[in-house]
Design a protein. Structure first.
Length: 340
């Protein structure tokens, strides 16, 4: 046991978390704020390890933990932001007391960009279950405007957060369609995918709003990624089903052929959505919606699996120089220095 005037050890913090003593755990976290940098780092890592196993045990600890988001040490802030991503993904309600702190880190243009990226990601997960708590005008502006200026790593997480904002309440982004469409040609595949996905979700509830994004979506039908092409086709199919006239002379005839890997069959993700779009273009509002395509529920249930497939080690390589990248590779390509 620690001396009364000495900060507790990370092991003591872990024990308290396991015991479920929230009051003493909060006091322990407060005392750890006065510990040395290495101890603070170890403490936050220990909390994250426990969070991966028992997120529900953190319902009353998000407030005390959020103080580490403003720690003077960048590594502590980053580890804390990652901790909130872990919590928000599995138990978003536990993160609600930390929403303002996460939004402040996101809004701080001087903050280390990986910290900002993880804060955006955590806010996105919370938005699915509690959109009113996250999607205020200022936070939405930070997410949207950041697409224009931020580092690639941040833009990827901002775009992901916008997808989850849409999943929480599609109406939140119905007036942002044109702004999102401006970034559909981003060099980052995941940014393009997430933004196309957000537009699909918005379109499922407000299909006519996609009319302003039609040209940008049509351009994505020739995207190098079959997953981006698939989402673009899905969005155009949703738009066609709204009664809005959609130009039928498009690259759809060729878009179910994976030009990057001609020897392989294109993924069913792409072919299913191309068929959906063709059917809607032919039949309009009378076209049927196949299971798993063109609904908010299908996106909510499937988008995480799609991203995992897109970023699987077998498919992961630097988009600039082609170097194969592994899970343990640094965030920058070791060959050319470009962001992963």
């Amino acid at each position: 046991m620690s001396e009364p005037d000495q900060p507790p050890t990370p092991d003591r913090l872990t024990d308290l978390l396991e015991e479920g003593d929230h009051e003493e755990t909060a006091a322990c976290l407060d005392r750890l704020g006065a510990a040395g940098v290495d101890t603070r780092k170890q403490a936050v890592r220990a909390v994250r390890n426990v969070a991966e196993q028992r997120p529900r045990s953190f319902e009353r600890l998000a407030g005390p933990l959020s103080t580490f988001l403003t720690d003077e040490d960048r590594a502590v802030r980053l580890t804390t932001a990652k901790l909130f991503v872990t919590l928000a993904e599995s138990e978003p309600a536990a993160v609600l007391p930390a929403v303002d702190a996460l939004a402040e880190r996101l809004a701080d243009g001087e903050e280390f960009y990986y910290v900002r990226a993880r804060c955006a990601e955590a806010l996105g997960y919370v938005a699915v279950e509690a959109p009113d708590a996250v999607t205020g005008p200022d936070t939405l502006a930070d997410l949207r405007i950041g697409l224009e200026f931020d580092e690639p790593e941040v833009k990827e997480k901002l775009a992901k957060a916008l997808t989850y904002v849409a999943l929480g309440d599609p109406s939140r982004l119905r007036h942002q369609v044109d702004s999102l469409a401006e970034h559909l040609d981003d060099e980052n595949e995941l940014v393009r995918y997430h933004l196309c996905t957000a537009l699909v979700v918005v379109g499922c509830t407000h299909p006519g709003k996609l009319a302003g994004a039609e040209a940008a979506l049509r351009e994505r039908l020739t995207d190098g990624s079959p997953y981006v092409r698939g989402r673009a086709a899905e969005a155009l199919g949703v738009l066609a089903g709204s009664g809005v006239e959609v130009e039928s002379d498009s690259p759809l005839d060729d878009t179910d052929t994976d030009t990057d890997t001609e020897a392989d069959e294109p993924p069913s993700f792409l072919t299913d959505r191309v068929r959906f779009c063709r059917r809607r273009l032919a039949d309009g509002q009378s076209g049927s919606t196949p299971a798993g395509v063109g609904t908010v529920e299908s996106v909510r249930d499937g988008t995480a699996d799609v991203v995992e497939e897109m970023t699987s080690p077998a498919d992961r390589e630097c988009p600039h120089c082609g170097l194969a990248l592994t899970d343990s590779a640094p965030p920058m390509c070791p060959r050319c220095g470009a962001p992963r």
